[in-house]
Design a protein. Sequence first.
Length: 559
Amino acid sequence: MISQLDIWQFIGGIGLFLFAMAQLEAALREFAGRPLKAFLRRHTDNAFKSIAIGTVSTAIVQSSSLVGLMVLAFVGASIMSLTNALGVIFGANLGTTLTGWAVATVGFKLDLESVSLPLIGIGSLALVGLRGRVSEFGRILAALGFLLMGISLMKESVAAAGEVFDIASLAGLSGWQYLLFGVAFAAVVQSSSATMMLTLTGLHTGVIELPAAAAIAIGADLGTTSTVLIGSLQGGAGKKRVALAHVVFNVTTALIAFVLLAPLLGVVRSIGIDDPLFSLVAFHSLFNFIGIVIFLPIMRPFARFLERRFRVAVQHESLFVSETTATVSDAAIEAITAETAHIIGRVIRQNMRVFTPALPTPPGKLPTEVPPQSVEEADRSYDELYRRNKVLEGEILRFALRVQTQPLEPEQSERMNRMLAAIRHAVDSAKSLRDVRHNLEEFADSPKSDVSSYLDHFRSVMTEFYSEIYRLRTDVDSQPVFQDFAYLLKRIHGWHDQIHHEIYSDIHRGQLVDSEISSLLNVNREFLNSSTALVFALREFSLEEGEAVVLDQLPGVAS
């Protein structure tokens, strides 16, 4: 019987395991920049590549569970698509069979848990002692170390049962009992490899026959799905879909292997493998390979099936139009106006996070009356904020289309069109900055001081611009006026022209290469476009139609 201490050790292991998964996902989200995302897309952009990556990576680390957990983290961080994740998961099942081949050949098994303390030590020192991407990489190492330690604690909590277990007690059981034993043992020790080692030991000593050992191997693959299931408990829908795919794949292949156990062992014998140990590991590899062959043609339909699972209740990004009926025109126009202020405020806060670290919030007030930033919004990634703002834009436009089917007064129609124009400009402002975000990351990583100094210059200009934005409203009742926007547009063009002149001066001095010239000019242009579009959004929201037309006619201004 497991003692009270062993039970708490097991529970503690699960807690540490889940904590490590949360830290790993958060670190990957911060650390995974464009190079890592490009690598994953490049190497998992089709079914064959993703399966190969899963097979090779699992063969290297000798743990399909660990690879499965990494895939959960990638999917949770939106780095890997569901279809690509399926290929990695399927390949991991085949890759883990290498352990059996290694044990059968040289009797060696790599002990991954022995590296948990070095990972925690090195990773934690890097996390607290360094900065930037190196610090985030240290967080990944430490999370991996804690993850392995959590699995180790779970294993140690039942180690006594494994040490006193008598393999001879397995003799004489039926096939389904051997299968259930494999499931239970692999689930407890969180390792199909460990289960295979025990099974190979029983087969080598002659306590169990090859068919019984094969049934245990089938059960071992089923039992390891518990690791990925645990890892998905605190995840979103994407992680639960990956876990479900892992279960469906393993259950399907297990059923096929168990029903066709005798014929498959016959196939192994027919290719000249007579040694029981090699016959077992060959059988293990064979039925996993058969599973891949079955699922490979249906990966995309299977992914679509999974995407229809674990759907959460529809959550609106909108705060006002989702609560208003489109048939009451006065209320509908007011809701669209309030929602326009909402999205402009969200875009401003998102734009200030295009830099790393984000621009500081200036003193003053946002130029539109918007709800305060929530903790949830502050914790979202830049890309997630952009995606959700696009969703909010879509919700407003869909509502506006319903409103337009109702009879409207001319002033109502004009007001709604102005708000829709403001929304379009706000989203354009966000898109311009999103399009050059990777350039800003390249400038930050550049070893050339001439290039990195431009990043500081862009940051300084944008800090001043958003400080001016926050100064447009001096109190709750005040609104920006025509002169405020004319002044801002003049300053925006002045900043753009100054940086443009500096870039050309550095070109003449030979301090910039062609790729740097293109990137710097592009960023400067998109900063101009983003800032101008934001001013236009505020113009449409705040000014009367006549004033907006006059502002458009100022020299150098084009909407």
